[in-house]
Design a protein around this ligand. Structure first.
Ligand SMILES: Cc1cc2nc3c(=O)[nH]c(=O)nc-3n(C[C@H](O)[C@H](O)[C@H](O)COP(=O)(O)OP(=O)(O)OC[C@H]3O[C@@H](n4cnc5c(N)ncnc54)[C@H](O)[C@@H]3O)c2cc1C
Length: 369
């Protein structure tokens, strides 16, 4: 019998497995394909970090992750994983921009500057800032090297003695007096476990049907050609009816840009659908109001969100305390991944998280929402 099985070897599963192993647990990760594969959510080269959020809870969680968890992972691996790049938030002062501005200022982020639209237009000429917009310059912003983070976590996990089984999809969990998993793929069979932590991203409800609050949503993401003069060289987000965002060129990729799709029908997370011409045109239309001139999109690809209605992840023990979940990290969970993995390791062991912002808001991370 394995002491602790982690289902899913994306960012959440690897970060959790690392912390569990460091707490002395025997850990096996079962990953349906390969960690960081391009049919899930953790693939690609770049993710944005920022403190600007619509809820003080996330300002606090980002602060904790940036103060403790990212530096720890960087120190343990001897690699720098976050490149400081400011983030420019803009939009009509009422509505979504106003809510983000208030929440972030109220939470006491100091490295935050309010710019007049005139000076912001001069400093960031590629952005479609209007004369009536509010503008915040978030000096805590950065670009996370996503693919290197996954590699570094794989190395840490191996070093900590975790066994990562790839091509090992979990097809069922049996919860009798003995807890066991049915595993398909290259090495089919049953595996008994004392505890299971499910970090299966957009496929979580397929493993645990009661976690139906997590919905898979396919996102369409475009990249400008490297060096395109129309592409912004900072992190940015236009907040109006929804969130449209972009990151600068990074590690050989041109600037990345997309809209945040949170509504509409759920997608099948197991089916790869190519990006259609209509979707590329729709992405250009979404980007239109956010950029002075939308660059030619040299590449367009998809990435899956695992998203709850509130965009709060699920991070909880189930009624059966042998089973816990960390999933539904939505389109903003990468920056929090190492912190959420630390918290999940403690939740799985039935302990307090040790993170005040999480403990006070625990109900937001449960199943009833
Ligand atoms: C387009 C896009 C842009 C984003 N931008 C940002 C950003 O700028 N900043 C930010 O902070 N965050 C961002 N995110 C969010 C972040 O990337 C995700 O929240 C995070 O990567 C989710 O990691 P995960 O481990 O929960 O999920 P995943 O990476 O999807 O991992 C889940 C793993 O579980 C495996 N699995 C599934 N079912 C089974 C099964 N039955 N058995 C075994 N294994 C299974 C899958 O194969 C997969 O490897 C973005 C996400 C997307 C899609």
């Amino acid at each position: 019998m394995v002491e602790q099985v982690v289902v899913g070897g994306g960012l959440a599963g690897l970060a959790s497995a690392w912390h569990l192993a460091r707490r002395g647990c025997e850990v096996v990760v079962l990953e349906a394909r390969e960690p960081g594969h391009d049919g899930a959510s953790s693939h690609g080269r770049a993710r944005m970090t920022r403190s600007t959020y619509g809820s003080p809870l996330y300002v606090d969680l980002v602060r904790e992750a940036l103060d403790r968890d990212w530096p720890e992972l960087e120190a343990q691996s001897g690699e720098s994983l976050i490149r400081p790049v400011p983030a420019v938030f803009f939009g009509p002062p009422t509505g979504l921009f106003g809510a983000f501005r208030r929440a972030t200022l109220d939470a006491g982020v100091t490295d935050l500057e309010e710019l007049s639209p005139g000076s912001a237009r001069e400093r960031f000429p590629a952005l479609g800032i209007r004369r009536t917009d509010g503008v915040l310059l978030d000096g805590t912003g950065g670009v996370i090297s996503a693919d290197r983070t996954i590699r570094v976590l794989r190395e840490r996990v191996r070093e900590a003695g975790v066994e990562v089984r790839t091509e090992a999809p979990v097809t069922g969990v049996s919860r009798g007096s003995r807890l066991s998993l049915t595993v398909g793929g290259e090495h089919p069979g049953e595996l008994e476990a004392q505890r299971i932590l499910v970090c299966a991203g957009a496929c979580t409800a397929r493993v645990l049907p009661e976690v139906s609050c997590i919905v898979p949503r396919r996102q369409v993401v475009g990249y400008a050609a490297p060096g395109d003069p129309d592409a912004p060289s900072v992190n940015w987000a236009r907040l109006d009816e929804g969130l449209v965002y972009g990151l600068p060129a990074h590690a050989g990729d041109g600037a990345k840009m997309a809209g945040h799709r949170l509504t509409g029908p759920a997608d099948d997370p197991t089916v790869r659908m190519p990006v259609t011409h209509e979707e590329t045109l729709a992405l250009r239309r979404t980007l239109g109001p956010a950029l002075r001139s939308v660059p030619t999109l040299a590449r367009v690809e998809t990435c899956l969100y695992a998203v709850t209605k509130s965009e709060d992840p699920v991070l909880t023990q189930l009624d059966d305390p042998r089973i816990s979940v960390l999933a539904g990290l939505s389109g903003h969970g990468f920056k929090l991944g190492p912190l959420l993995g630390r918290i999940a390791s403690r939740v799985a062991l039935g302990e307090g998280s040790g993170v005040a912002a999480f403990d006070v808001n625990r109900a937001r991370f449960g199943l009833r929402r």
